[in-house]
Design a protein around this ligand. Structure first.
Ligand code: GRF
Length: 366
């Protein structure tokens, strides 16, 4: 793309060498920067402070569309580049059209690389990470500014838009957050239902209280923002006040409408509960109110029941006590053990959960 605000990778590669010879450090970051907001500005200032020059690798229009969906970007790449170049903290902008910035990293070989706080060095895209390692680039994860995001801005504009609000929100797909501590098969079922078009929703964020939970890996493989939040050292499955606050901040920054708990082994309370009242769902592997809490399918088996199942319910302050929305039954077969039974229950969970998310949103909009 030819425009005066956009540099080429060749020029930047030369510039990087020049800076290196002067003992200076070139910092690279990448992103869509679709609707510039103060969160971007503070992030870019922080990135610039890591070295002597800041290059922003900007996702081209096709790349933004691929990452964020049809209707984005709001501003085309040339306009976004011009805005970025007007910032004192941005020295150059380069545009890339692929989904990943790997090619730009390989060409420029920045001294330092900055990425937003949704990531950890381990959770960067493997391809980009390999390119950064090969270039000997130092990686810096910068904190995000809570409550400031392009999605939040767009949502506010939509909500503030008087008469348009009604019709827009009637047709808008919900922004979902999935919270889980484990392997994330329900997260996958939800994501697959979205891909298959049977659930009209977007997963905006995945949060786990377990740093190496598989659910985070699965989300990152799908390019869904996925973060670990340190739960604190409270006993009995409780989250610390700081953890709860951070979760609420992150959910609000991502403009989340609905929260699906999927194997989240923590008790939810205020301010999370109050901020999203009536909009937090859970899936539980029993026919509630029977067997709330841990190991529900094992309890059903040990009690000699001939039938169990799963329940989708709204979350309240208790453990698995909220209003029941739907249940699916599963027979307990002779010869079943805990594993075979849980696997059959999960098959039902994977059908039921996406359906109930869809229904809750439909009811919520009425
Ligand atoms: C599911 O069985 C769910 O009912 C329970 O935790 C399990 C989560 O499994 N709340 P996964 O992490 O979604 O695979």
């Amino acid at each position: 793309m030819e425009a005066s605000f956009i540099s080429t990778t060749d020029t930047l590669a030369e510039w990087r060498e020049e800076l290196g010879r002067e003992g200076k450090k070139l910092v690279l970051t990448n992103g869509c920067f679709d609707l510039l907001h103060v969160g971007h500005v503070r992030y870019l200032q922080e990135a610039r402070a890591l070295g002597d020059a800041l290059v922003v690798a900007l996702n081209g229009d096709a790349s933004v569309r691929e990452l964020k969906g049809e209707g984005r970007p709001v501003n085309n790449a040339e306009d976004r580049a011009e805005l970025l170049c007007a910032l004192e903290c941005v020295d150059r902008v380069v545009v890339f059209d692929e989904k990943r910035a790997t090619r730009v990293i390989e060409a420029i070989r920045p001294h330092r690389y900055a990425k937003g706080g949704d990531y950890t060095p381990e959770s960067l895209n493997p391809e980009e990470k390999a390119a950064l390692d090969a270039a000997g680039t130092e990686i810096h994860i910068l904190s995000l500014v809570p409550g400031k995001s392009t999605s939040a801005t767009l949502k506010k504009m939509q909500d503030d838009n008087g008469g348009a609000k009604e019709s827009d929100s009637n047709h808008r797909s919900p922004r979902l957050a999935v919270l889980g501590s484990g392997r994330g098969s329900n997260f996958e079922a939800i994501a697959n239902a979205i891909d298959a078009g049977t659930l009209d929703a977007e997963i905006a964020l995945v949060i786990s209280d377990v740093a190496d939970a598989r659910i985070l890996e699965l989300a990152r493989e799908r390019n869904i923002p996925a973060i670990h939040i340190e739960p604190g050292s409270e006993k009995g499955g409780h989250l610390s006040d700081a953890a709860l606050k951070e979760i609420v901040d992150r959910l609000q920054a991502a403009s989340v409408d609905l929260i699906a708990l999927a194997g989240f082994m923590r008790i939810v309370r205020a301010p999370l509960l109050t901020s999203f009242e009536g909009r937090i769902l859970n899936i539980h592997p029993s026919l509630l109110p029977k067997y709330p809490g841990l190991g529900a399918w094992r309890q059903a088996l040990e009690s000699g029941d001939t039938e169990t199942g799963c329940t989708v319910h709204l979350v309240d302050a208790g453990v698995d006590t909220g209003a029941i929305l739907a249940q699916a039954k599963v027979p307990i077969l002779p010869g079943d053990d805990a594993e075979t039974l849980h696997a059959r229950i999960q098959e039902q969970e994977h059908q039921l959960y996406p359906q109930e998310i869809s229904k809750l949103w439909a009811n919520h909009r009425q």
